[in-house]
Write a protein that binds this ligand. Structure first.
Ligand code: ADP
Length: 289
């Protein structure tokens, strides 16, 4: 397990919406580091600042003050286009809603981020990614022929197909029953075991306990919780048939799938444009402070 290079470094980050007497300080002096190979949960109640933090971590929004470095690169002052590139090429997103294209089968959905980037060998990569989440026997199924848990597994495969440096999962079990939730969490544990860097955002302490580290957020301020060992997390049955390969290079996009295929590569579109064609973090309500 390699846990050295910082993937996420937030330094005294503030996010303020509005100004004057109506200003809302959604993040206050947030300092945190997530290193390569870590599995970190961010937990907080409604209104605590989770979405705001997620938007910044996912490069959809920038801090009002402070510095955010992604894999050593300062992204806090990047243009929208540059931020979109980081988001689409280096971060894999998984959301509560699966955002699969209804008329495309599983492997076609998983292939999408590669299609936008015109990567070769897309079908093989998509099939390998589906195998990682235990869906090798469902690659030709349409979303409505899959259970909720299976659809979320397709979404995870799509997030992984580009071999991103960070997997950002926002309430990934929020739409699932207990059994499917357990399956998804086990997949995340397996991916962590194979070296993936994962941030899981949730309001649920039981879900957060899946992670190796828990960071709490309340009233825009973060504090560190318990640290669990990797050994603590092992020992449960794994529904996957293969392990995720280790990341070697920075690669393609984390697309947000919607009902209709997009016309353009999302990595070139600024985040304030029409919805990107792949998984995207929730839009901030405002970008001006
Ligand atoms: P959570 O995701 O934990 O529910 P949010 O990050 O959505 O929390 O919100 C944190 C605080 O910031 C809340 O008080 C919310 O009302 C406020 N907030 C979030 N986005 C905006 C915005 N665009 N404009 C004004 N206030 C906002």
């Amino acid at each position: 397990m390699i846990e050295d290079r910082p993937v996420i470094q937030l330094d005294n980050v503030y996010k303020t919406y509005g100004s004057g007497e109506t200003a809302v300080h959604a993040l206050r002096s947030v300092t945190m580091t997530v290193r390569q190979g870590e599995f970190v949960a961010i937990i907080g109640p409604s209104g605590s600042g989770k979405s705001t933090l997620m938007n910044i971590l996912g490069c959809l929004d920038v801090p009002s003050m402070g510095r955010y470095r992604f894999a050593g690169e300062d992204v806090s002052r990047m243009t929208d286009a540059s931020l979109a590139r980081v988001r689409n090429e280096r971060i894999g997103f998984v959301f509560q809603q699966f955002h699969l294209l209804k008329r495309m089968n599983a492997w076609r959905n998983v292939e999408l981020p590669l299609l936008y980037r015109r990567v070769r060998g897309r079908k093989d990569k998509a099939l390998r990614s589906l195998q990682m989440v235990g869906l090798a026997d469902r690659v030709h199924h349409l979303p409505n022929e899959l259970s909720g848990g299976q659809q979320q597994r397709v979404a995870i495969a799509r997030a992984l197909v580009t071999d991103p440096e960070l997997l950002l999962a926002d309430e990934p079990t929020g739409n699932l029953d207990t059994h499917s939730s357990a399956e998804i969490l086990q997949i995340l544990r397996t991916l962590h075991g194979s070296g993936r860097t994962i941030i899981l955002i949730t309001h649920d302490p039981d879900i957060a306990a899946t992670a190796q580290r828990v960071i709490s957020i309340r009233d825009g301020e973060v504090s560190e919780g318990v640290t669990l060992t990797v050994a603590h997390l092992s020992g449960q049955p794994v529904p996957t048939t293969a392990r995720a390969p280790r990341r070697r290079t920075r690669r393609a996009a984390a697309p947000a799938a919607v009902d209709d295929p997009p016309a353009a590569d999302p990595s070139t579109a600024p985040p304030t444009d029409a919805p990107a064609p792949g998984p995207r973090p929730r839009r901030p309500r405002s970008r001006t402070e």
